[in-house]
Design a protein around this ligand. Structure first.
Ligand code: UD1
Ligand code: MG
Length: 466
């Protein structure tokens, strides 16, 4: 057994009453990711032998099973929420025989960084402490556990919860951040000795400090410089504050890496947004999860981009909404363009104003400049799609695919009734309704829609051609 190994426990079973929400507190998001996800990710910095999440809500169990089972993460149910020590005890069986260090994190501290966790664990191990906990000095310690030290303000004596603190203890501005690491064997011994004789009638993990000292263990502290990062989120106001701090950190990070933002405060990133050098982001740009912008991408103001890959040199103009799509090198999208999932815009292509694209591929230098709907289409290179073109991809029962080959010219206001194939170099005259395949290099002129599907079962009203 490797006694230097680390296992992580994340406490995530609390009621979260102060959030006033049906969603468990730890599943509220900061920068697009559940707080619990942020904390687990920070814990992974220690390369844990095991990670254990203590839960009471099935939504938390589902979240872990859907996202983290591949990362050696297990769930333990705490049936009654009798306090933070009680929550840790619930993990004892899962850690049977483990003789390394147990790192305990609270699921409501989303700003915890991998870097801070690494330094904390290193400090604990290098001092050979039995128990180490993280502290911070804050301006307003209201509600938090206070770190009580000896008369010289040196050796730690105890953590006292706000509700149990005397008036003089409440003056202490050094708080318990709720992050602990302890040698496994002594941790569980101590936890069994904790009682619930306190203001909240709960079993407090914080009592391991005084009890550990009484038993002659070495208890050390690690003081984090960046206290802002350690405020646990207990209310919606604190959630908004955490979001604000997280966003500011991302904004600074991107500006340091060569991204221009004319109004950084109005740009909102996801925790995993990637932005290349010399990108320029206008005001009110917002990113959902899983977006990557290569270098030199320009995003004008008021755009939303999620789950998308934008190649270098692309320009996204104002009021565009892009989800689940790829935009090619030096392409232009917008203003007022909508790319729905599985849209793939080729290099140097153009998607202009009021164009909606869904599950379609546009080839190199293809252009759809104005007012079009393109759905379920595979469109070749250097195709021109005139204003008002509609791909009628849905017949009320199923979606159909259209193929448009290279160098086709689709005249304005053409309706393409899928499934059809339009051959290379063909042209459709303005206002054509295309219901049949079109050969290469043909000019099609049609005036009225004809629905000649053999399997059409509903009544069809036909109008004369002229
Ligand atoms: C706790 C600490 C306090 C510290 C603060 C830092 C205790 C007694 N107090 O207070 O000293 O300053 O964190 O943010 O530990 N949880 C469970 N099961 C339970 C109770 C809580 O899993 O029975 C979980 C919660 O989901 C949460 C974490 O433990 O993630 C902390 O609980 P919370 O109620 O937020 O404690 P605080 O009052 O913030
Ligand atoms: Mg808390």
């Amino acid at each position: 057994m490797n006694s230097e190994a680390v296992s992580v426990i994340v406490l995530a079973a609390g009621k979260g009453t102060r959030m006033k929400s049906k969603t468990p507190k730890v599943l509220h998001k900061v920068a697009g990711r559940e707080m619990l996800g942020h904390v687990l990710n920070a814990g992974f910095a220690t390369q844990p032998e095991k990670s254990i999440v203590v839960y009471s809500h099935t939504e938390v169990l589902d979240y872990i099973q859907d996202n983290f089972t591949l990362q050696n993460t297990f769930c333990v149910e705490q049936k009654e929420q009798l306090g933070t020590a009680h929550a840790v005890i619930a993990c004892e069986e899962e850690l049977q025989g483990f003789e390394g260090h147990v790192l305990i994190l609270c699921g409501d501290v989303p700003l915890l960084t991998t870097e801070l966790v690494e330094r904390f664990v290193t400090s604990h191990k290098s001092q050979n402490n039995d128990i180490t906990f993280m502290t911070a000095f804050v301006d307003d310690p209201t509600g938090l556990g206070r770190v009580v030290r000896d008369d010289q303000d040196e050796e730690v004596r105890a953590i006292v919860e706000h509700k149990d603190a005397t008036e003089s203890e409440r003056q202490i501005d050094e708080i318990n951040a709720g992050i602990y690491i302890a040698k496994a064997p002594c941790l569980f011994d101590l936890l069994r000795k904790i009682g619930d004789n306190n203001a909240q009638g709960e079993f407090y993990i914080t009592d391991i400090v005084a009890l550990g000292l009484r038993d002659g263990l070495t208890v050390g502290t690690f003081t984090a410089e960046n206290a802002d990062a350690l405020g646990g989120v207990n209310s919606r106001l604190q959630l908004a504050n955490a979001e604000d701090l997280y966003q500011n950190a991302l904004r600074e990070h991107f500006m340091e890496h060569g991204v221009t933002m004319v109004d950084p405060q109005s740009v909102f990133f996801s925790y995993d947004t990637q932005v290349g050098a010399d990108c320029e982001l206008g005001p009110n740009v917002r990113f959902g999860p899983d977006v990557r912008l290569e270098n030199n991408v320009f995003v004008e103001g008021d755009c939303y981009i999620a789950d998308s890959y934008i190649n270098d040199g692309a320009k996204i103009y104002s009021f565009s909404h892009i989800v689940g799509s790829e935009v090619g090198h030096k392409s232009k999208v917008g203003p007022f363009a909508r790319l729905r999932p599985e849209s793939d815009i080729g290099d140097e292509a153009k998607v202009g104003s009021f164009v909606e694209i869904k599950k379609s591929r546009l080839g190199y230098k293809t252009s759809a400049g104005h007012l079009s709907y393109i759905g379920d289409a595979i469109i070749g290179n250097e195709v021109n799609i005139g204003a008002g073109t509609v791909f009628a991809n849905y017949d009320g029962a199923a979606k159909h695919t259209t193929h448009v080959e290279n160098n086709v010219f689709i005249g304005s206001n053409t309706t393409i009734v899928s499934p059809v194939q339009i051959g290379a170099g063909a042209t459709t005259a303005a206002s054509s309704v295309i219901t049949k395949n079109v050969d290469n290099d043909i000019l099609v002129i049609s005036k009225v829609s004809r629905h000649d599907k053999a399997d059409w079962t509903r009544p069809v009203k036909r109008e004369d051609d002229e």
